[in-house]
Design a protein around this ligand. Structure first.
Ligand code: COA
Length: 340
């Protein structure tokens, strides 16, 4: 495969949002047969955020993140050209959530669409957004990863309800003016693992019915072990390949930003790559798996440490299976960003 030409899309700003309510392991102990010890040792998760307010949904979390992003980058909503939203928990099956976000933020000159790639949603959306910027036609593209997993998690299923949380992260993509930006990507989606991580009903295959509700098929169904194994392999292979073909080593990479699914998955990936955990972004202990939001939530938290030219590799794995890695060079001094 030939290397992609040096691209011109850069991340010009980032902002995250998590709801206030904290769902602790102690509270989960009251809901299902589990323990803080089991959850912490098997997943690394101590708490997650849950959107509890009536009438609020995925688009509201995304809109909060975007409003903060526009404020800190000094961009007017009407200057946004396009909004791409990675999510598996859209407000409604249709219209899509990107359009709803546009209306909530006042992006009156934008269009938009959703991308459904589960935990790889942010990577897929970022890849897509970069292509629009590289085309030369789009100057300001919002890329959002957001999920309200609490709306599709079965709080009677101890194997899944301990894993997931709610949250949003948004980046602004612009043409690069300093040579730094998105360099390369490896994106995959083979459909081979679709039975292992799936919401079985509600689509055209199994439309909603009293029976599908009784069988609890409108919730996340997961077989944890095969997903765990495939996630470690998928992310490790993608990162290894993208480093090889860009001729960069562990020493060159400032940060590895893995999807936050399980602390043990993250440790296994960094071990397999012989990559020091000190350069791996990880906040799963406080947010759990927020699906499409994990990677932008990490970048947001680490923003003040990021420097122009920092080599960063994002990697994710999710339902489908979908997976991949994106290699970018950070484009601005995060320490200079003023957060309101
Ligand atoms: N509390 C206590 N026990 C639990 C439990 C919980 N919350 N959840 C499952 N268990 C039990 C199981 O019932 C099983 O009991 P059994 O041996 O009597 O049958 C035992 O713990 C082991 O379950 P198992 O599924 O083999 O555990 P595991 O080590 O594979 O860990 C996951 C389970 C879900 C944490 C792990 O498989 C995982 O993280 N998978 C990837 C999930 C993921 O991140 N997906 C998101 C997309 S990438």
């Amino acid at each position: 495969m030939t290397l992609m030409a040096r691209t011109s899309a850069k991340i010009a700003g980032i902002q995250g949002y998590v709801p206030e309510y904290v769902l602790t392991n102690a509270e989960l102990e009251q809901m299902v047969e589990t323990s803080d010890e089991w959850i912490t040792s098997r997943t690394g998760i101590q708490e997650r955020r849950i959107l509890k307010e009536d009438g609020k949904a995925t688009s509201d979390m995304a809109a909060e993140a975007v409003k903060g992003l526009l404020a800190k980058t000094n961009i007017k909503p009407e200057d946004i050209d396009l909004t791409i939203c990675g999510t598996v928990t859209p407000d409604t099956v249709f219209p899509d959530t990107a359009n709803t976000i546009n209306s909530k933020i006042g992006a009156s000159n934008a269009w938009g669409f959703d991308i459904n790639a589960a935990c790889s949603g942010f990577l897929y959306a970022l890849s897509t957004g970069a292509r629009f910027v590289e085309s030369g036609k789009y100057k300001k593209v919002l890329v959002i990863g957001v999920d309200m997993m609490s709306s599709i998690v079965d709080y009677q299923d101890r194997a899944t309800c301990i894993l997931f949380g709610d949250g949003a992260g948004a980046v602004l993509l612009e043409p690069s003016d300093n040579g730094f930006g998105i360099v390369d990507e490896i994106m995959r989606g083979d459909g081979q693992g679709r039975d292992y991580l799936i919401m079985k009903a509600g689509g055209s295959l199994n439309p909603p019915s009293a029976e599908t509700v009784a069988r609890r098929e409108h919730f996340v169904h997961q077989e944890g072990k095969p997903v765990f194994k495939a996630a470690v392999k998928g992310m490790t292979d993608a990162v290894r390949l993208i480093m090889e073909r860009n001729d960069i080593t562990n020493d060159d990479v400032s940060w590895l930003v893995p999807h936050q699914a399980n602390k043990r998955i993250i440790s296994s990936v960094s071990n397999a790559l012989d990559f020091p955990l000190a350069k791996v972004m990880m906040n799963i202990e406080r947010y759990g798996n927020t699906t499409a939001a994990t990677i932008p939530l990490c970048l947001w938290e680490w923003e003040s440490k990021l420097q122009p030219g920092d080599k960063i590799i994002l990697t994710a794995f999710g339902g489908g299976f979908t997976w991949g890695a994106i290699y970018l060079e950070w484009s601005y001094d995060g320490a200079l960003v003023v957060n309101s």
